[in-house]
Design a protein around this ligand. Structure first.
Ligand code: FES
Length: 108
């Protein structure tokens, strides 16, 4: 199963196995990763699932940023970075095995 590593704001890391087809937000909230709030359940209305994709190669493979995600990224509490994604929109695939994301801080 492909793996994701979340880097918490305190620099600790959590590695999770994520089934293909599951969003990184769902994986994080299911495992109690506190930094990912995911208030809207993936409906693209909260921007509390903000992550920074560490490697440009993974960023390129993380899927298209839709117009709605693009808009919501402008409302993140931390502020948008070039490698920002909303983790509810990043769906695990075999191509993303090994992806590392930094959890944005703050989320609210
Ligand atoms: S969970 Fe609300 S925008 Fe991602």
């Amino acid at each position: 199963m492909p793996k994701v590593t979340f880097i918490n704001p305190d620099e600790s890391r959590v590695e999770l196995d994520v089934p293909v087809g599951t969003s990184l937000m769902r994986a994080a909230t299911a495992h109690g990763i506190e930094g990912i709030v995911g208030d809207c359940g993936g409906g693209l209305t909260c921007a509390t699932c903000h992550v920074l994709v560490i490697d440009d190669a993974f960023l390129a493979k993380s899927g298209e940023v839709s117009a709605n995600e693009d808009q919501m990224l402008d409302f993140t509490a931390m502020g948008r970075m070039p490698n920002s994604r909303l983790s509810c929109q990043v769906v695990m695939s075999d191509d993303l095995d090994g992806i590392v994301v930094r959890i944005a801080d703050p989320q609210l």
